[in-house]
Design a protein around this ligand. Structure first.
Ligand code: ZN
Ligand code: FE
Length: 255
């Protein structure tokens, strides 16, 4: 039986995610921005929360953990990082660890840069990537704690996943990301197609997520810092991809 994935808005622009295993009734929340919408989604589906998979320590990703833990006595899985300040953790995970959720398996990728503790969860059988604030559709997270080369390496880890995987990211930032990406690659046909799709989805009040990873590889400028045309567009022809990535990120910060 295939896993069920639900997404719903939390806080201002965060996504809440539930992944449910019909074979065992295991249900995990990916992060917990806020307890109330997660509890509502669980009640709507008739599911009971068994696990929370935390990606990083920011408040908009862990704000609901304590209340959900109290209500469901669920297991809290969080990054193995000594500097992290996440409370109520039952299991710490790092690169290559595999978390069992009933019969579902989540593989852990360490993707530091946005924060030093950031991890992403990959459900290979479900072709689903939960990348939180590392990779957004047509964008990436701000580099708060890490360095540009570190964040670029993290993006390369995610880019290595197959094209038919779906990206489930932490925030609905796609429209703003598209606007910025078009300033760097105005003639990229995949980006222009995504721009049209995003305009239509937002007009219909629908989320722009999930996104297909194969499309992101073609349209997301932050995954394309090693394309000579992107380097040339930001006047860094011949420079390293990490430098080009850093320039893109700084331009986005100022946009
Ligand atoms: Zn964050
Ligand atoms: Fe966030």
């Amino acid at each position: 039986m295939a896993a069920d994935i639900r997404l719903f808005p939390c806080l201002t622009d965060n996504f809440g995610y539930l992944i449910h295993d019909p074979a065992t009734n295991a249900t995990a929340s990916i992060d917990a921005p806020q307890a109330a919408p997660i509890i509502s989604a669980l009640q709507r589906e008739g599911w009971t929360l068994t696990d929370i998979l935390v990606t990083h320590h920011h408040g908009d990703h862990v704000g609901g953990v304590a209340e959900l833990k109290q209500k469901y006595q669920c297991r809290v899985v969080a990054p193995h990082d000594k500097s992290t300040k996440i409370a109520n953790v039952d299991l710490r995970v790092g690169q290559g660890d595999v978390v069992k959720l009933g019969s579902l398996l989540a593989r852990v990728l360490e993707t530091p840069g946005h924060t030093l503790d950031h991890v992403s969860y990959v459900f290979d059988a479900e072709k689903a990537l939960f990348a939180a604030d590392t990779l957004f559709s047509i964008g990436c997270g701000r580099v708060f704690e890490g360095t540009y080369p570190m964040m670029w390496d993290s993006l390369l880890k995610l880019r290595a996943l197959p094209d038919d995987f779906k990206l489930y990211c932490g925030h609905e930032y796609t429209a703003a990301n598209v606007k910025f990406a078009l300033t760097v690659e105005p003639d990229n046909p995949a980006l222009r197609a995504r721009a049209e799709e995003v305009t239509r989805l937002r007009a219909e009040g629908k989320p722009t997520i999930p996104a297909l990873l194969g499309e992101e590889k073609k349209a997301n400028v932050f995954l394309r810092a090693d394309e000579p045309s992107v380097a040339a567009s930001v006047r860094l022809k011949g420079r390293s991809p990490a430098e080009v990535f850093g320039e893109l990120r700084e331009r986005k910060n100022k946009s």
